[in-house]
Design a protein around this ligand. Structure first.
Ligand SMILES: NC(=O)c1ccc[n+]([C@@H]2O[C@H](COP(=O)([O-])OP(=O)(O)OC[C@H]3O[C@@H](n4cnc5c(N)ncnc54)[C@H](OP(=O)(O)O)[C@@H]3O)[C@@H](O)[C@H]2O)c1
Length: 341
């Protein structure tokens, strides 16, 4: 295969707290294609999703900061088209891989992505580019979070922002282990969608008596682990209304607010705790063997139809602005993917 000298990419020139302004500042740029270093793989990208972390990154509100301008995108999927000279060509060339990087380098929203060896997971031939593109971040996050509920022997778990892709995978993992779910969403429409998918206990956070309903449901089902992607006052509401000996694992900050509204009495007398979860740390802490177990198990779940990342639309990457608007207007509707073919 002859590789081109240049390729197109979606570049962020500067951080901007205002999401719309950040979006309007994005540029389609032409970059020159480099040869892979000795341990690098050149990926011809097929698809890449937009995640909440990409939005937070554009706003300069994420824990990852890069040298600007930079090509956006933390994950995606594509095929290996060139290998570093210390790598086995036969093992890599033509393989479809999922990619993930948070390093200070160009990201995945581009026709080509230069990956380090630990930034790719080879996927099964039957895995579609669409599912592979959203495989590395959310499914593994759900897997890592769910391990906490298992270790804590919780009979039920609480999931907020439950219209999300992480929640989709948590639902599937909980179903496998017969663990009850309490799903919290902020829109009646999302509640209706989850009901159609068979989720029984759904609470809408904008309901007037939300806290009382949460308390009743969490105590009745003995929900002692909560996965919180929202933070702000939501964390306090969870903390104050969960049974004693509970843990809230904060893994997202979608509210953009500091954690608050925690009752001091609950803090003193309930023997409960709030912890944090970060996928990168989970991968580093658990090591290669556990990662392989997670990879095989998640991939099998997808291939056997137990779960999939919902995708609401696939847009040519040159229409990135339209794609981002669609995603921001209806995040619960599923991922918007940029297509690079
Ligand atoms: N810590 C980690 O390592 C890690 C790894 C992966 C993901 N995450 C986090 O996991 C969360 C879910 O990611 P995802 O890609 O699965 O999301 P997603 O599929 O894009 O969906 C986002 C969900 O969040 C809801 N939401 C957005 N803003 C909200 C707010 N202010 N209050 C309540 N709900 C809100 C949306 O509901 P509407 O439709 O109502 O807007 C939607 O259901 C994000 O916070 C992400 O950053 C963390």
């Amino acid at each position: 295969m002859t590789l081109p000298k240049t390729y197109k990419a979606i570049e962020l020139p500067a951080y901007n707290q205002n999401t719309l302004r950040a979006l309007l500042s994005l540029k389609l740029v032409e970059k020159s294609l480099q040869e892979p270093g000795p341990l690098e793989l050149l990926i011809k990208m097929e698809a890449a999703p937009c995640n909440p972390s990409d939005i937070a990154f554009m706003q300069g509100g994420y824990n990852v900061q890069k040298t600007l301008p930079t090509v956006l995108g933390f994950e995606g999927a594509g095929t290996v088209v060139a290998c570093g000279n210390e790598l086995d060509d036969a093992a890599w060339m033509g393989k479809r891989v999922s990619c993930f990087t948070q390093k200070d380098k160009d990201g995945t929203w581009a026709e080509y992505f230069m990956a380090g060896l630990h930034e790719v997971i080879p996927v099964a031939a039957e895995m579609t580019a669409e599912q592979a593109s959203a495989f590395f971040i959310n499914p593994f996050t759900a897997f890592g979070l769910f391990e906490i509920a298992l270790q804590r022997e919780s009979e039920a778990i609480i999931i907020n922002a439950a219209g999300s892709r992480v929640a989709e995978f948590l639902f599937a993992l909980a179903r496998q282990k017969n663990i009850e779910i309490i799903a919290i969403v902020r829109k009646a429409q999302t509640a209706a969608t989850l009901k159609e998918k068979g989720i029984r206990e759904i609470l809408v956070s904008s309901d007037a008596n939300f806290a009382a309903k949460l308390k009743e449901t969490a105590h009745r089902l003995k929900a002692t682990t909560a996965f919180d992607a929202i933070a702000g006052e939501m964390t306090g509401t969870l903390f104050n209304n969960m049974p004693p000996d509970s843990e809230i694992v904060v893994y997202g900050g979608l509210s953009g607010q500091a954690i608050g509204a925690i009752s001091p009495l609950a803090l003193i007398f309930k023997n409960s705790m709030i912890s944090g979860f970060n996928l990168n740390d989970w991968i580093l802490y658990n090591g290669q063997e556990d990662f392989e177990i997670a990879r095989t198990s998640l991939q099998n779940m997808i291939l056997q139809g137990e779960v999939r990342t919902s995708i609401q639309s696939v847009v040519p990457f040159t229409n990135f602005a339209e794609g981002l608007r669609t995603y921001l207007g209806n995040m619960s509707g599923g991922k918007v993917l940029f297509q690079f073919d």
